[in-house]
Design a protein around this ligand. Sequence first.
Ligand code: SF4
Length: 301
Amino acid sequence: MNKNLLRSLSDNTLNSIISDLEKLFEDGRCCPQMCNAPAKRPCGAPEEGIKVASFAVHDGEEPPVSGWNGAGNIFFSGCGTRCIFCQNWPISHENNGRVYTIDEFCEKITKLLDRKVHNINLVTGDHFLGKVLKSFSKIKESINVPLIYNCSGCHNEELFDAVLKTMDILLFDVKYCDNSLSARYSEIKDYTGPNLKCLEMLLDAEIPWIENDVGLLRRGLIIRHLVVPGQIENSLKVVELLNHYKKRGLEFKLSLMSQYFPAYKALELEELNRKVDPADYRKIVKKVEKYEIEGWIQDLC
Ligand code: SF4
């Protein structure tokens, strides 16, 4: 296969990206929460090491990502977004996991690669990106699969610039078109500002969609949107926004997700303590089809 982006970077360039990211972490500026690094960081990141809940072969991503051997997922502990309906709440809110040194992290990556995963998929890892890239730099030549950044869609601009330089594939969320929802359902007062900035950066980056000859994704952008009950207007606006970017030339596939179920603190809110209404979901699907946005539409079960 062609080299992934990481292997095509010179050591100097990669080291400079890593030290910029480490500084962002030191200062507590790695996500829009801009926490300024208090003793207990809101995202749960420890000062040293990389805290991970699990290293797993995962078959639940989109077909060209999971393929038949699975994606090599790394579920980082803690999160800067912390949606109240998060289905992985023991990891994102309660910070379950174990802290790994850089060398231990390298060993775990090597073991995943030994299992012939099709990629390495970093799940919600803004708070560890500098240390993760430092680990990767030590075993760079053996990482012969694409790197994936699986993320909330709301990022510090400097961090996202590093993502675009190092990650082959993005699984990028567009969760909200309305900041009152991000403030209510996630711990982000301004989701739309950073999210739109990232979309502009994605447009400028001109990421091509490249699959290999057996249909595995090598490079590309998948935009994900999880439909939340009662928030049909938000979802319709998200589809409008994506159509706007499609018309401006953004190359992507949409993954429309219906898999919401009430979990964690959503159980305490009447509006969220239910499933997505099938009639609402059909309206959203209809809009996706009207705009001929390609991708995957989950069935509502
Ligand atoms: S990712 Fe964590 S450490 Fe970084 S700014 Fe956000 S909350 Fe603070």
